[in-house]
Design a protein around this ligand. Structure first.
Ligand code: 13P
Length: 252
């Protein structure tokens, strides 16, 4: 069964104290939520232990994600954080392949596959991001680019592992720009992503949650989430303001 999911990617924002407060607010405001949406927050690494404790104390309705993990199991990899460490601290999810990681840190499809494999073997569900850049959309290559991101990484997984993956479509031109994909553009790409997944995993395609990300906010979430193939959102800026994040969650 496809899950409805709203995930907040805090990126490199908030002090630990601010993050703890934000997590408390989000937990409190989602306590009576009954629309079946799985709520996830992805704070920076330094916040995970503290936020994990808050989420446990508040009853565990909000789930914890990291924003990245190492592509290796353990050992001499200075500065890296393993998937197992994330699982230890209470994460259930990890974002992998965000366009900011692909672009600023040179993460390739090969690295991303290793990260997904590490996440899965540690028991985490990867939130795998795909999406085209502006010039790729303008030159009408967006379908081709997204298909390649999927076939080069997700096609290499076994079906059992694929069933744990969440896909996030984040057109790079819509991230942090205030420019959202229209609900029709989102639906068109989400339906396409589902077809591409079906090319390798026909029995799973219908059950994979595909989230939209890119300037999603309270004013546009409802229209986007109403589309048949949009199963929720990966929210950046608006997830840093508890009331906005809650309003997006309640848009379902
Ligand atoms: P914004 O919602 O700030 O555009 O960010 C989207 C995003 O990159 C979530 O991962």
């Amino acid at each position: 069964m496809r899950k409805k999911i709203v995930a907040g990617n805090w990126k490199m924002n908030t002090s630990v104290e601010e993050g703890i407060l934000l997590a408390k607010q989000i937990s409190f405001l989602t306590k009576d939520l009954e629309n079946g949406v799985e709520v996830i927050i992805a704070p920076p690494f330094t916040h995970l232990a503290g936020v994990s404790q808050v989420l446990k104390n508040e009853g565990g309705k909000v789930h914890l994600s990291a924003q990245n993990c190492a592509d290796q199991l353990s050992g001499a990899y200075t500065g890296e954080v393993s998937a197992k460490m994330l699982e230890d601290v209470g994460c259930k999810y990890v974002i992998i392949g965000h366009s900011e990681r692909r672009e600023y840190y040179g993460e390739t499809n090969e690295t991303l596959l290793k990260k997904i494999e590490q996440a899965l073997s540690a028991g985490l569900s990867p939130i795998f991001c795909v999406g085209e850049k502006l010039d790729e959309r303008e030159s009408n290559r967006h379908f081709e680019v997204v298909a390649e991101q999927i076939t080069e990484v997700l096609y290499k997984l076994k079906g059992f592992d694929m069933s744990k993956v969440i896909v996030a479509y984040e057109p790079v031109w819509a991230i942090g720009t205030g420019k959202t994909a229209s609900s029709d553009q989102a639906e068109e790409m989400h339906a396409y992503i589902r077809r591409v997944i079906g090319g390798k995993f026909p029995a799973l395609a219908d059950d994979i949650s595909i989230l939209y990300g890119g300037s999603c906010k309270p004013s546009n979430a409802q229209e986007i989430f109403a589309k048949e193939n949009v199963d929720g959102g990966l929210i950046g800026g608006a997830s840093l303001v508890a009331q906005d994040f809650i309003a997006i969650i309640k848009s379902f």
